[in-house]
Design a protein around this ligand. Structure first.
Ligand SMILES: Cc1ncc(COP(=O)(O)O)c(C=O)c1O
Length: 324
C-alpha cells in the first residue's frame, strides 16, 4: 500500500508552541512541518491526488503538473512517486533550492520560469506554462490547480481545522498566511459551519495582489500571489494584515536567536500577529498562528546575510549567519 494512503503516515500529532515567553506575543504556533514532506502542503497534495483519482482523472501513466512555490511541489512529487504517477512542478526563482533538489530526488521534473509577469510576480507565467504543457501533452498531463480547486480548502477543513478546533474549541483569533488561500479557506469555512467565535485573520505579503493591494516584487515563497486565487471567498475573513518582507525576515531572525528556526511565511504571520494583538486587550483570549514549514529550507535565504542584504531585507549593519 502506498505510504500516503495511510492517514497515520500523513497526520502527525499536533505540536503547539506557546510563544508568549519566547517573543512576547500571546500566541500559540501550530507547527505543521512534522510530516514526511516537511510542510503543511502534504495535506493539500494527498487531498487533491485522491480526489482526482476518485474522479477518474488520473489514469495509469498520467503525469501530474502543478504550479507551486515549492512546498506543494515537494509534497506532490512524493505522493505522485508513491502512487506511480509522473510529476512536473512549474516554479519560479524564489523557490528554495533544497525543494528543487528534493523534488528531483524523487523523480520529478522541475521547471523554473524566470520571466516575471506585468505585476513583478511569477504566478501568471507559471500558470500559462502549466496550461501550455497540458495542451501539448495530448491528455497525459493533468493539472490539479490548487488556486481554483475547492479540494485544496476541503483538505484543510478536514485536517488542519478539525485538529485545531479540537485543541482550541473557543479560539478567539486565528492568523494564517495566504498563498493559494486553501489553508485559510478550509479553516474559515469550518469556523463558520461550526459557529465558532474565532476571528480569522489573513496575513498576506506586501506586493501581493490577493486582497487588492498594489503588486510588487516579493522574495519569500509560499505567501502572496500575483493573481487572485479562484477559491478565495474574502467574505469569510474578519481581517487582512499585509506584512512587509523586512518585518517577516526580522521576526524569523529574532526567533532564531531564541532557538526557533521557522520558514519565511511563518515570520510574516508572527510579525503580523504580534502587531495586531498588541493593539488588543488579550485578557482571557486565545490566539493561534499557523506555521506552514520550518527554517531549514531557508538556510540560503532568510538566514543568509548575503541574500538578505542583496534583497534589502536587513539593514546593512546587521549580520546573523556568522563570520565567513
Ligand atoms: C511556506 C508557505 N506559507 C504559506 C503558504 C500558503 O498556504 P495556502 O496555499 O494554503 O494559502 C504556503 C503554500 O504553499 C507555503 O508553502
Amino acid at each position: 500500500m502506498p505510504i500516503y494512503d495511510r492517514p497515520e503516515n500523513i497526520r502527525v500529532d499536533d505540536v503547539y508552541l506557546d510563544l508568549h515567553a519566547v517573543v512576547d506575543i500571546p500566541v500559540h504556533l501550530k507547527v505543521e512541518a512534522f510530516n514526511i514532506s516537511g510542510s503543511i502542503k502534504l495535506k493539500t497534495a494527498v487531498g487533491m491526488v485522491e480526489s482526482a483519482q476518485r474522479a477518474g482523472l488520473l489514469p495509469p501513466g498520467s503525469t501530474i503538473v502543478e504550479s507551486s512555490s515549492g512546498n506543494l511541489g515537494v509534497a506532490l512529487a512524493m505522493v505522485a512517486a508513491s502512487r506511480g504517477f509522473g510529476f512536473t512542478c512549474v516554479t519560479d526563482p524564489n523557490v528554495n533550492r533544497i525543494c528543487v533538489k528534493m523534488m528531483r530526488a524523487v523523480g520529478a521534473e522541475v521547471l523554473v520560469v524566470d520571466q516575471p509577469d506585468q505585476t513583478g510576480g511569477y504566478l501568471g507565467v507559471r500558470i500559462a506554462t502549466v496550461q501550455r504543457l497540458c495542451a501539448e501533452s495530448g491528455g497525459k498531463m493533468v493539472w490539479l490547480n490548487q488556486y481554483d480547486s475547492e479540494v485544496n480548502a476541503d483538505a484543510h477543513y478536514n485536517t488542519t481545522a478539525t485538529s485545531l478546533f479540537a485543541e482550541f474549541p473557543n479560539l478567539d483569533y486565528l492568523f494564517v498566511g495566504t498563498g493559494s488561500t486553501g489553508t485559510i479557506m478550509g479553516c474559515a469555512r469550518y469556523a463558520r459551519d461550526h459557529n465558532k467565535p474565532t476571528k480569522i485573520i489573513a496575513v498576506d505579503g506586501a506586493g501581493s495582489v490577493t486582497f487588492g493591494g498594489p503588486p510588487g516584487r516579493r522574495f519569500i515563497p509560499g505567501i502572496g500571489t500575483s493573481r487572485v486565487p479562484g477559491i478565495l471567498d474574502a467574505t469569510l475573513l474578519d481581517d487582512v494584515v499585509v506584512c512587509p518582507e523586512r518585518d517577516a525576515v526580522a521576526m524569523c531572525r529574532r526567533l532564531a536567536q531564541r532557538g526557533l528556526l521557522v520558514g519565511g511565511s511563518t515570520g510574516s504571520v508572527l510579525a503580523s500577529a504580534g502587531s495586531y494583538l498588541s493593539r488588543l486587550s488579550m485578557d482571557g483570549c486565545s490566539a493561534v498562528a499557523l506555521s506552514p514549514d520550518l527554517g531549514e529550507r531557508y538556510a540560503d535565504t532568510v538566514y543568509n546575510d548575503s541574500w538578505c542584504l542583496e534583497h534589502a531585507l536587513i539593514p546593512p549593519a546587521e549580520r546573523a549567519d556568522g563570520p565567513r
